[in-house]
Design a protein around this ligand. Structure first.
Ligand SMILES: [Zn+2]
Length: 347
């Protein structure tokens, strides 16, 4: 698909300078908080991708206003808002956060303030003018739990907190003539990840379960796991995306970091993560220690594309997170005689 290839070239050039980082900690200094120009890439119809503000931002625009998926790093908000205004002067209605990380939620404070939520029914009468002040921030419940409990150097200002959380497997919205499905992934990058699927446009925004520039960040302290990443990639592959003719185009995918993708790109990533999981799992079954697994280099053939020896998410950290996820799972399986890795029934 020539258009897609052309788009990829544009995106590749734009993201090379901007998307080399990953995001681990709320409030942490981060090389991918965004440090250059924010660029707007038309994806399809009413959907745009904003690149260069930290994590990728997905924007849906129309007569009802603007919906954003993630808000980039805090210091990039002015540029993000300026980029949005090159496309639409409509109010920003909704922000959906795919995870808690600072390069996905850092712009929440400034960007929600610039927005204006939709208040229906008697909301205005009941709680007054404040009901329409600022865009609504939607996320899975655990993001609000962690933000509201945060303190010290990692404190999340109250203006960044989600205002509309969900706890079921899925939350649906209808805006700009389009059904938007917000799908929870329970234990992937964290326990609070959301995929955002724009049904009419056939575009999905994945957050940090998918990246073209690094191994998936498994934040085990916040409930992430290797199996949860694979489960999320399988949902994207088998339940959300459909490839176009000759396996090009079809559903377009905005990853958490990196360039615009289609299903063929997703397949490559899903296979890579699954193969590495299988290799490490075999080593765990053989009783190898973490040091022995690292020495065996189970990722070496993928390292030229996804590996990192410095920065916030190194290959060593990835292997350690995979090992620890699987070692703990193995212990639990043995003690409970529970079924093993691939038998979880979804939703
Ligand atoms: Zn990220």
């Amino acid at each position: 698909m020539k258009t897609l290839i052309a788009l990829r070239k544009i995106v590749s050039a734009a993201v090379l300078a901007n998307a080399l980082g990953v995001c681990v900690q709320l409030g942490s200094a981060h090389p991918n908080d965004g440090d250059s120009l924010v660029r707007v890439l038309p994806v399809r119809g009413r959907i745009y991708m904003l690149v260069g503000a930290g994590a990728n931002i997905t924007m849906q625009v129309g007569d009802d206003g603007i919906l954003l998926v993630d808000t980039g790093g805090a210091k990039m908000s002015d540029q993000v808002l300026a980029a949005i205004r090159t496309i639409s002067s409509k109010p920003i209605r909704y922000i959906v956060n795919t995870s808690i990380d600072a390069d996905h939620t850092g712009g929440n404070v400034a960007i929600t303030k610039a927005g204006d939520t939709i208040a229906g029914g008697n909301v205005l009468g009941d709680i007054g003018e404040s009901a329409t002040r600022g865009a609504a921030i939607i996320s899975f419940q655990t993001i609000l739990d962690r933000m509201s409990a945060s303190k010290g150097a990692d404190v999340a200002p109250q203006g960044a907190w989600p205002t509309d959380t969900y706890e079921r497997p899925q939350k649906n919205l209808f805006i700009n003539d389009e059904a938007v499905e917000i799908i929870h992934e329970p234990a992937a990058h964290t326990d609070g990840d959301s995929l955002v699927f724009f049904r009419r446009s056939d575009v999905v925004s994945t957050g940090d379960v998918f990246s073209t520039v690094g191994y998936p960040v498994i934040d085990r302290e916040r409930g992430g796991s290797i199996q949860g990443i694979i489960d999320a990639l399988n949902v994207l592959l088998y339940q959300v995306t459909i490839s176009g003719p000759k396996e090009e185009g079809g559903t377009l995918i905005v990853p958490g970091h990196g360039r615009l993708c289609d299903q063929a790109d997703l397949v490559v990533y899903q296979e890579m993560v699954t193969i590495i999981r299988d290799r490490v799992e075999n080593m765990v079954k053989k009783g190898m220690t973490l040091e022995q697994v690292k020495a065996a280099k189970p990722t070496s053939d993928y390292d030229p594309v996804y590996g990192a020896s410095t920065g916030p998410w190194t290959t060593d950290m990835f292997v350690e997170a995979v090992y620890n996820s699987l070692a703990i799972q193995k212990d639990a399986t043995q003690s409970a005689s529970a079924p093993t890795f691939d038998t979880r029934v979804r939703k």
